[in-house]
Design a protein around this ligand. Structure first.
Ligand code: DNO
Length: 389
């Protein structure tokens, strides 16, 4: 059994069309109703409308990415109980429409973080990059987060100061807007004050508390998912450690084990993102995939390369620190054991060739992702044909 190949599609306004995705060899897309505000119900009609567009293009839609969890739910503040009820209603509607997997994350305030989403490679293509020193510049000087300097060494703060002073206004603005891309619905329109206000709301919430909130949420929604035939798949933190003073609770093997133990159910599982978990040297990805194989409902396959300073960049899918061949071998073994095809997407891609003339969502180029997908499926096919799993 081979993986169910998909690409993420951001909806009708995505510059990468359904036909592009079909031509890349995908059988389906993963998508979300981004137009519905976080916390509101995904109605049966809105789901049916999106499904019809996808199916008319010859593709299927079985995986939602993401059904977002509101910050109220993450903090257990304000309307969180109402949001949970609405989440359940969305799950019921999605299950009734035949969807199978729901991806979500539990990262406070910000989703993924990069310091440069157009980092140039020597061959002229570009990729996503996280530079630790630029991150410090953002935290200390662009955001000016109160108390941040206490979290870094004297040398780190002076290096960041030096870097900040060497940057002109345009470079500072560029860094700020790149860091803001992981804010839901933002495109650099957030001010430092607004971000600080959001961060402050998590002041009293540490990792243990956030885990409690996650498990509370799951105890509420997992029975509904189970009843309507859906599987919940949490996306790991990206990068996989605390950022900007915020707790992060899905970064390590232990975090994943805790989640599965806290709410044991076939409907409670993981979106195994090799790129996110892989940005941390103490995560051994083939070992983790082997351990959690029965609870993996969705795969994001991409690769990162780290250095000793804590920087990482998004490498080619078969390059980088994660042994992708070992991962795909394990996926084949899981699929055989469970008798199913796991949905996967080649997560992120470089911007290359004609991608460079288009404005796509950072990481979601057509050709760059197609290259990644083609390499991954080549590996899978070769291992499958030669029965190496
Ligand atoms: C980044 C994505 C994440 C992911 C969410 C899931 O490219 O992998 O934004 O969709 O964290 O909720």
């Amino acid at each position: 059994m081979l993986m169910h190949q998909t690409m993420r599609w951001y909806g009708p306004q995505d510059p990468v069309s359904l036909s592009d995705i079909l031509q890349a060899g995908c059988a389906g897309v993963v998508t979300a109703l981004h137009q519905i505000p976080v916390g509101e119900v995904w109605t049966a009609s809105a789901i049916a409308e999106r499904k019809a567009i996808i199916e008319a293009a010859g593709l299927s839609w079985t995986v939602v990415e993401s059904l977002p969890v509101s910050d109220d739910i993450k903090r257990q503040s304000g309307d969180y109980k109402l949001h949970i009820e609405k989440y359940k209603e969305s799950l019921q509607n999605l299950g009734a429409a035949g969807l199978q997997v729901i991806t979500y994350n539990f990262m406070p305030v910000l989703d993924w973080l990069r310091t440069n989403v157009y980092y140039p490679l020597p061959d002229g293509s570009t990729m996503l990059y996280f530079n630790r020193l630029d991150y410090l510049v953002f935290d200390l000087y662009l955001l000016g987060r109160p108390g941040a300097e206490k979290e870094y060494t004297f040398d780190q703060v002076s290096a960041a100061r030096e870097r900040y002073e060497s940057m002109d206004e345009a470079a500072r603005r560029f860094l700020f807007s790149n860091m803001m891309l992981g804010l839901p619905g933002s495109d650099a329109s957030f001010t430092a004050e607004q971000v600080l206000t959001e961060l402050k709301k998590y002041g009293a919430i540490d990792a243990a508390k956030l885990k409690e909130h996650l498990y509370y949420f799951l105890r509420e929604v997992v029975p509904v998912a189970e009843a309507v035939g859906l599987k919940m798949a949490i996306h790991p933190d990206d990068p996989p450690y605390p950022v900007l003073g915020l707790p992060r609770i899905m970064s390590t093997e232990q975090d994943a084990a805790d989640l599965l133990e806290a709410v044991p159910s076939a409907a409670n599982g993981l979106c195994f993102c090799t790129g996110s978990f892989g940005a941390r040297a103490d995560n051994n990805l083939p070992v983790m995939l082997h351990r959690f194989g029965d609870s993996v409902h969705f795969l994001h396959l991409r690769n990162t390369r780290r250095d000793a300073e804590g920087n990482f960049y998004e490498a080619d899918h078969l390059d980088g620190d994660t042994d992708m061949v070992a991962i795909i071998k394990e996926v084949l073994a899981i699929q055989k054991r469970r008798g199913l095809s796991l949905p996967m997407r080649p997560d992120h891609g470089h911007q290359m060739l004609d991608d460079l003339k288009k404005k796509t969502y950072p990481g979601y180029s057509a050709i760059g992702r197609l290259k990644g997908l083609a390499e991954l499926r080549g590996v899978e096919y070769a291992l499958y044909r030669t029965k190496q799993f």
